[in-house]
Write a protein that binds this ligand. Structure first.
Ligand code: NAD
Length: 256
């Protein structure tokens, strides 16, 4: 029997076919899940809609996560179609390009707030709105983080600070929502060429370094992440919450 048969899954973060969220959508579809997919704006909708149709998504909805109205509208709409939500995927992050080069000293107050709002608060805002539809059904939420939360990587700057806050949020959310049977975890993915990654100045150097140093001597793929996402969101991980699970070819264990 497929691992996610009949599970209702809401996905934030599909921008194109290279998005990690898209690999997760496909893997979950293969495991029998029913999907709802959101997109950040009209320009992105053109790419997302055909992808969503190819996995027979039950709903394709707009959601700019900086807007509480947008977030609430997603759940109001899903409430009409579904009796609840079993899984939420949060694969959303943003920082201004100017702040993903040079050093963190260049960060502006506004840029800091933007990175924290879109990349961190959005998880809290989404789960706050989702809670009534997730409680009492052994639900799971999963977000995406990066090792730049705990170690310094060139140009990652304010996004490293945001990922540290995101990882702390996962721990606090796991405690807050655990009594309702909602598990909250993160995958810390190794570097992958995506739209978001292309915003980080010199990303290719990080990619090449990881490829030569990681125990598996390769970079990881979106599909590597998606397979671990199936595990973390399925009954196979029924006792796992508040966890930051590395899917990085082992890079994080290397000292030198
Ligand atoms: P991506 O560009 O495909 O995904 C980022 C998503 O964030 C996009 O779908 C974009 O539309 C969405 N987004 C940005 N601002 C938004 C807003 N205001 N409202 C709603 N959505 C918004 O890139 P990705 O690499 O698949 O990124 C997904 C997640 O994985 C991010 O959290 C990223 O930090 C994380 N991650 C990526 C890597 C990597 O190397 N690619 C490594 C570790 C973690």
């Amino acid at each position: 029997m497929p691992l996610l048969q009949g599970k209702k899954v809401l996905i934030f973060g599909v921008a194109n076919e290279k998005s990690i969220a898209w690999a997760i959508a496909r893997a979950f579809h293969e495991q029998g899940a029913e999907l709802a997919i959101t997109y950040a704006g009209e320009a992105i909708e053109k790419r997302v809609r055909p992808l969503a149709e190819s996995v027979s998504a039950a709903a394709v909805l707009p959601c700019n996560v900086t807007s509480d109205d947008d977030i609430n509208a997603v759940f109001a709409e899903l409430g009409k179609r579904w009796d609840g939500i079993d899984i939420i995927i949060h694969a959303v992050a943003f920082a201004n390009k100017e702040e993903l080069k040079g050093t963190i000293v260049n960060t502006t107050r506004e840029g800091f707030a933007t990175a924290m709002d879109i990349s961190v608060y959005s998880l809290l805002g989404i789960l706050k709105a989702a809670q009534p539809m997730m409680q009492g059904r052994n639900a799971a939420a999963l977000t995406l983080t990066y090792h730049g939360a705990v170690k310094v990587f060139p140009s990652y700057n304010v996004m490293g600070v945001a990922k540290a806050a995101l990882e702390a949020s996962v721990r606090y959310l796991s405690e807050a929502l655990g009594p309702e049977g909602i598990r909250v975890n993160a995958i810390s993915a190794g570097p992958i060429r995506t739209l978001a990654a292309s915003g980080v100045n010199g990303f290719i150097h990080i990619l090449n370094h990881v490829e030569s140093k990681a125990p598996l001597r390769r970079t990881i793929t979106q599909e590597d992440v998606a397979r671990s996402a199936v595990y973390l969101c399925s009954e196979l991980a029924s006792g796992v919450t508040g966890e930051i699970h590395y899917v990085d070819g082992g890079y994080n264990v290397i000292g030198l």
